[in-house]
Design a protein around this ligand. Structure first.
Ligand SMILES: Cc1cc2nc3c(=O)[nH]c(=O)nc-3n(C[C@H](O)[C@H](O)[C@H](O)COP(=O)(O)OP(=O)(O)OC[C@H]3O[C@@H](n4cnc5c(N)ncnc54)[C@H](O)[C@@H]3O)c2cc1C
Length: 379
């Protein structure tokens, strides 16, 4: 990416070193102390124009290139995302509001994201509507000049800490189930919203159920056009599926392994070291695919198959590298204080990698999307 990107990388690493506790793994928990670390770090990045680097200046960004923003993504994910849940606002909520929001919505929502002040959650999945999202049942019904929303969401990441929800609800019944869906931008502090945490191996309250009981919203809260929310959902997915630079963490941990093992590295089974080498090659492949998708996205030429291909590659890499790292970690002496960070990070990486082929759309659904795209291209 050139010397400027290298300088930016160095700057980000220095900031992480200086302002984030060493080997911080609390970015996605709702422990107030962890939340404060992540929020403080977001504000610090924002003050230096490093949080939403590639956003236009008018929306609080830094007018930087998508490649500089890619460096930020890589460094943040490589270091276990010290921005915490904020990454969603930067990666997709903000860009989607830029594309589809009214001027008033842009004025209201974009500066707080760019300043690192707010967390958003995504209210899409429901108990009977995950892969088949368009069959969701949460409904908004007309009530005077506004709407009343009732229903249930599930697997909502960060709902206990979020101030806003990007909510998908049914507003009418169309010929196809993808019709009649609408996006609402909803404040989470309304008493008509109840959040119930789900215990999971991702740590304290990453995942939640969210219940809406006659939540009152207005037309001003509608993003885009009533009943035409599905096209925005497609847009969200293409940003979301390429937003996380998972390969950067895999590569950092894999590259650290020989140093952590020291003399013991050479005595690892040749087969394990062979797989370690292959994983590093796969990291490079995923990185190149990411750059291709970033390039396509920035020029508006991205197709659903492109995001799906990248998502399959990078989530498989996440899991396969986690397995190799776990086997390597098993060879590390648990009494070695210099290896403690490695064991902690590998364990964290392994747990999160288990979910990566499900979140943002399961890998099976990505394969279906990719094959459809390839078959359509072959016609
Ligand atoms: C860590 C994590 C965070 C998440 N965060 C959020 C969030 O913030 N907001 C949100 O709205 N959702 C979130 N989700 C939910 C996620 O989007 C769904 O879990 C995902 O879309 C799959 O839906 P499901 O869980 O209902 O599984 P299902 O759709 O029931 O699928 C179950 C299995 O069947 C397979 N399957 C389903 N249909 C087909 C088919 N047609 N062909 C082949 N195989 C099929 C799937 O691939 C999967 O393996 C999160 C999930 C995880 C794991």
């Amino acid at each position: 990416m050139g010397p400027e990107a290298d300088a930016l990388r160095r700057q980000l690493r220095q900031l992480i070193k200086a302002h984030v506790p060493e080997h911080f793994l609390g970015a996605f928990t709702d422990d107030p102390a962890d939340l404060e670390v992540a929020q403080r770090f977001c504000r610090l990045l924002a003050e230096r124009n490093l949080l939403c680097m590639a956003w236009p200046k008018e929306f609080g960004g830094g007018n930087a290139s998508v490649w500089e923003q890619t460096v930020v993504r890589e460094e943040m994910w490589a270091h276990h995302e010290p921005r915490g849940a904020q990454y969603m606002g930067v990666n997709w909520v903000g860009p989607i509001i830029m594309r589809h929001g009214t001027e008033e919505q842009q004025r209201k929502h974009l500066p707080p994201i760019a300043n690192g002040e707010v967390i958003w959650c995504q209210g899409f999945s429901e108990p009977e509507a995950g892969s088949d999202l368009a069959s969701l049942r949460t409904a908004a019904r007309r009530d005077g000049d506004g709407w009343l929303v009732s229903g249930q969401k599930i697997w909502t990441s960060y709902a206990t800490m979020a101030q806003w929800c990007f909510l998908l609800a049914r507003t009418s019944k169309g010929e196809k189930k993808q019709q009649g869906l609408t996006i609402f931008l909803v404040p989470m502090d309304n008493p008509a919203i109840q959040v119930r945490p789900i215990r999971s191996m991702l740590g304290p309250h990453h995942l939640n159920e969210v219940f809406f009981d006659d939540l009152r919203v207005t037309d001003d809260d509608v993003l885009g056009t009533v009943d035409a929310g599905w096209s925005i959902v497609q847009d969200v997915m293409s940003f979301e599926r390429v937003g996380i630079a998972r390969y950067a963490r895999c590569e950092r941990l894999l590259a650290a392994a020989p140093g952590v093992l020291g003399d013991r590295w050479e005595s690892l089974p040749a087969e394990l070291r062979g797989r370690w080498t292959r994983m590093l090659t796969h990291c490079r492949r995923a990185r190149l695919m990411a750059y291709r998708v970033v390039s396509l996205q920035s020029s508006g030429r991205i197709q659903p198959g492109d995001a799906a291909a990248y998502h399959i590659t990078v989530t498989k890499l996440d899991q396969d590298s986690a397995e190799v790292l776990m086997e390597i970690a098993a060879e590390v002496s648990h009494d070695d204080p210099g290896a403690k960070w490695f064991l902690g990070e590998v364990e964290d990486h392994w747990r999160y990698s288990q979910a990566s082929t499900v979140s943002s759309g399961s890998i099976e659904m990505q394969r279906i999307l990719l094959s459809r795209a390839m078959l359509a291209g072959a016609k």
